[in-house]
Design a protein around this ligand. Structure first.
Ligand code: IPM
Ligand code: MG
Length: 360
């Protein structure tokens, strides 16, 4: 039976990069005789325009029925004035919640060819290979109560709730411990347990679990220190596990170490291994529609999709090798360009990766 992918390109550069990614998917489907059916839906601002909401019930149902979702990006200045509940970003948050995608894997790997594009010195980032495991359906992003209320004296007050239950901490820590077992065997749990009770519990639960993973060396770090260490000496990390908001912030920081946020893929998985796959970067409205966006993070997200949700590791490997190959050839979109490399367009990068896959 064929496997189903739902494709949700979204806004800004989302449609351009997803379009190129579908060319890559077609090529590996042929090369590896994969039987994959792709359907398409709207999310974010595109869905607000056409359907009045950032994620329709029908699109959520389609996503739940699919084996995996390939996601572009959402948001842009057209919708910035809308109330929180109606914004494009809500569509992504509703997908995460509706599919139970609690485990967000964000690898930050430096391609050796791009060491020069990093804002840090090459000797600090050479060989960088970090995996950030971010909790994605809890914490302050989803905690209740939340809102903006009017106090008796007329002043308005905004409030959110930072909350984690023990079981939520345990299930994300399990993903991270297991990932560390398959990688370098080191796990750093990031919290703010010197100030916030919710993360003091986080530290306690993660510490208690360590005895189940004697082959993993567990350490703990406060989030402010972790941010500093990421730019001071990022290679000290193997796997980082943290809550939703800290993970959001630290993964952007880790992304930049690799030369460009345009290089970083991500997987968001639920208990049954179903997932949503998206580049870590956003919709980049400033360059949307100009054929300048870097599609590589989305290609690499497709590779993660094939590996984690469809069990097609060989096809995933082929995409990753092809990306390395075009970088070897000196092809760069403007975001990762440095002296001596010609820049290519979004479509040019797509064509180059397709050729590299065919040449294999
Ligand atoms: C991310 C993004 C999202 C988040 C936004 C678009 C809701 O920044 O995936 O990191 O904050 O989780
Ligand atoms: Mg983010």
């Amino acid at each position: 039976m064929s496997q189903q992918i739902l494709c949700l390109p979204g806004d800004g550069i989302g449609p351009e990069i997803v379009n190129e990614t579908l060319k890559v998917l077609d090529t590996v489907s042929q090369g590896f005789s994969l039987d994959i059916k792709v359907s398409h839906g709207l999310v974010g601002g595109a869905a607000i325009k056409a359907e009045g909401v950032p994620l329709s019930d029908n699109t959520l149902k389609q996503a739940q029925a699919a084996d995996a979702v390939l996601f572009g990006a959402v948001g842009g200045p057209d919708w910035d004035h809308l109330p929180m509940e109606q914004r494009p970003e809500k569509g992504l948050l509703q997908l995460r919640e509706g599919l139970g995608l609690f485990a967000n894997l964000r690898p930050a790997i430096l391609y050796p060819q791009l060491a020069e594009a990093s804002s840090l010195k090459p000797e600090i980032v050479a060989g960088l290979d970090i995996l950030i495991v971010r909790e994605l359906t809890g914490g302050i992003y989803f905690g209740q109560p939340r809102g903006i209320r009017q106090l008796n004296d007329g002043e308005r007050q905004g409030f959110n709730t930072y909350v984690y239950g023990e079981s939520e901490i345990r299930r994300i820590a399990k993903v991270a411990f297991e990932a560390a077992q398959k990688r370098g065997g080191r796990l750093c749990s990031v919290d703010k347990s010197n100030v916030l009770e919710v993360t003091a519990l986080w530290r306690e639960v993660v510490t208690d679990m360590a005895s189940e993973y004697p082959d993993v060396e567990l350490s703990h770090m406060y989030v402010d220190n972790a941010a500093m260490q990421l730019v001071r000496d990022p290679r000290q990390f193997d796997v980082i596990v943290t809550g939703n908001m800290f993970g959001d912030i630290l993964s952007d920081c880790a992304a930049m170490l690799t030369g460009s946020i345009g290089m970083l893929p991500s997987a968001s998985l639920n208990e049954s291994g179903k997932g949503l796959y998206e580049p870590v970067h956003g919709s980049a409205p400033d360059i949307a529609g100009r054929n300048r966006a870097n599609p590589l993070a989305t290609f690499l997200s497709l590779a993660m999709l094939l590996r984690y949700s469809l069990g097609e590791a060989a096809a995933a490997d082929a995409i990753e090798v092809a990306v390395g190959h075009v970088l070897d050839q000196g092809l760069r979109t403007p975001d990762i360009a440095s002296d001596g490399c010609g820049t290519v367009t979004t479509a040019g990068m797509g064509d180059a990766v397709v050729s590299a896959l065919k040449a294999k």
